[in-house]
Write a protein that binds this ligand. Structure first.
Ligand code: SAH
Ligand code: SF4
Ligand code: F3S
Length: 470
């Protein structure tokens, strides 16, 4: 048994990152033959991508996927720790799985992802969720076949969570959810330690992948007909800072651009590390999409300081204006937290003012959620839930107004759209514009997977309606 440990998780040792390669021993290749797995994923794109690796590993063991958790042999939850409600969802699902297991004693239940890295969660699993067979963390996904095999052959809980990130493991198999869009990890972990955030504990020290491995992966995607890659990291702008040679996000974007993949996106960008060189590269290369997700978190410099964000409101606005002015037709989205400890009505109004100024194309808004082990959890002045909820509603009203206003500006324009499929609701084609806006339009299914010009006919708050432009 190897348990998570926050003291170790907090350390940043700056050890040399060693690369290793995934290997599956012959004797494990049949352990899932004839069996079905159910995998539920919570959280961000990084978790979604980890799940793509998990699926491929399970299928290489002979398992087949099912979306029916009531009829499976293996149920695995890939969890998220970012806010309390992500926790509650996963624990709720474990409760449902308990009932399923009462009628199917052979059901194997596993938990992985960010919650597995939390000391408190793992001790709950040991003490109160004894029917969970195995737990592994974010640093040892590649060990899944071994841990699962042990769990199948043992009556004890198998718990293997490394608190210290290990090597970067290349060549983990992947079963991508889309044939046209792909996630590509570029940097693991985060060293920013924003005071509210659990991620530096659950994902460990910042480690960049070798740029050659990234370019090699994108080249293979181009050969397979992929149209779009999203370069992933908690803070992609810090890419390269831990390499022992001069190479940063601007260079990586440039090198990935040269693979001729039609579309490149990246997320998330921390405002602190956004360089002029990066702005130049985004502006220069047509296949780097004019879309930047730039979380601001708060419009009050006092709160930003307490959050440990390392920029003031003025710094943010300066960067925002620079991006807006230098990248043609750029769209900018953001994340905002309301109700951070000690946030006053005046602080909150500064956030509203900033949103009135920035007129974001999209914004993900959250009520602050206290995370055990983070610095902000110890702050005095926690904000009552009803005050935070009221602020969230008022904030949403402001940001939504601008989503619609920005979308309306596109009416009558022709925009490039990567067609992704047919929507369940409208039975029309849907896809995303270069600026990452969802658009629905009528057309032949043969367009799926292609980038086509679409004329925007009418704008709504969350999406556009269009028609194919000949
Ligand atoms: N790495 C990204 C954010 C990843 S988490 C960045 O730095 O921008 C995604 C978003 O969740 C954050 O931007 C933040 O707005 C929100 N978030 C993170 N921790 C939170 C918490 N404790 N309570 C509420 N929202 C939180
Ligand atoms: Fe969390 Fe801050 Fe790191 Fe983003 S940059 S993952 S908010 S600590
Ligand atoms: Fe959640 Fe972990 Fe992502 S905490 S947001 S799944 S990095």
């Amino acid at each position: 048994m190897e348990l998570p440990d926050y003291v170790k998780a907090r350390k940043r040792n700056r050890e040399e990152v060693i690369k290793e390669f995934y290997q599956l021993p012959e004797e494990l290749k049949e352990i899932g033959r004839g069996k079905k797995y159910f995998l539920k994923t919570y959280g961000c794109q990084m978790n979604e991508h980890d799940s793509e690796n998990i699926k491929a590993m399970l299928e290489s063991l002979g398992f087949e996927e099912t979306d029916d958790y009531k009829n499976c042999d293996l149920a695995l939850l890939n969890t998220c720790s970012i806010r309390e409600n992500a926790h509650n969802k996963a624990f709720g699902m474990l409760g449902r799985l308990k009932h399923v297991k009462e009628n199917n004693k052979d059901l194997i239940i596993g938990l992985c992802g960010c919650m597995a890295q939390e000391e408190g969660v793992v001790s709950q699993i040991i003490n109160r969720y004894k029917y969970v067979n195995f737990v592994f963390g974010t640093h040892n996904i590649h060990r899944l076949p071994f841990i699962l095999n042990d769990a199948i052959n043992s009556n004890d809980q198998e718990i293997e969570v490394m608190s210290k990130e290990g090597n970067i493991v290349e060549d983990i198999p992947v079963k991508r959810d889309s044939k046209y869009k792909a996630y590509v990890n570029i940097i693991y972990g985060c060293d920013k330690f924003c005071t509210y955030c659990i991620v530096p504990y659950t994902r460990g020290e910042q480690r960049s992948r070798d740029p050659k491995d990234i370019v090699r992966e994108v080249e293979a995607l181009v050969r397979d007909g992929y149209q779009e890659v999203t370069l992933l990291g908690q803070n992609v702008n810090a890419y390269g800072k831990d390499l022992d040679y001069e190479y940063g996000m601007d260079k990586l974007l440039e090198d990935v651009s040269k693979t001729k993949i039609p579309r490149i996106r990246f997320m998330t960008s921390h405002p602190w590390d956004f360089t002029d060189e990066m702005i130049d590269v985004i502006a220069k290369y047509d296949n780097v999409m004019p879309y930047v997700h730039l979380p601001v978190q708060s419009g009050s410099s006092r709160i930003l300081k307490l959050m440990g964000r390392r920029y003031t409101k003025e710094d943010y606005l300066k960067l925002f204006d620079k991006i807006r002015n230098r990248i043609k037709n750029v769209s900018i989205s953001t994340d905002i937290i309301v109700g951070f400890p000690t946030e006053t009505e005046e602080d909150f109004k500064e956030t509203l003012d900033l949103c009135e100024y920035c007129k974001f194309d999209n914004a993900f808004t959250f009520i602050y959620s206290k995370r055990e082990g983070t610095a902000a959890a110890k702050l005095e002045g926690q904000i009552p839930q009803e005050v935070a909820e009221d602020r969230l509603q008022r904030l949403n009203k402001v940001v939504n107004k601008y989503f619609l206003e920005n979308n309306k500006k596109l009416e009558g324009k022709i925009v490039p759209v990567l067609v992704e499929g047919i929507s369940d609701k409208k039975k029309e084609l849907f896809g995303y514009t270069d600026t990452n806006k969802l658009i629905n339009f009528k057309g032949s299914a043969s367009l799926i997977g292609k980038i086509v010009p679409v004329k925007v006919v009418s704008a709504k708050t969350w999406s556009l309606d269009g028609e194919i432009s000949e």
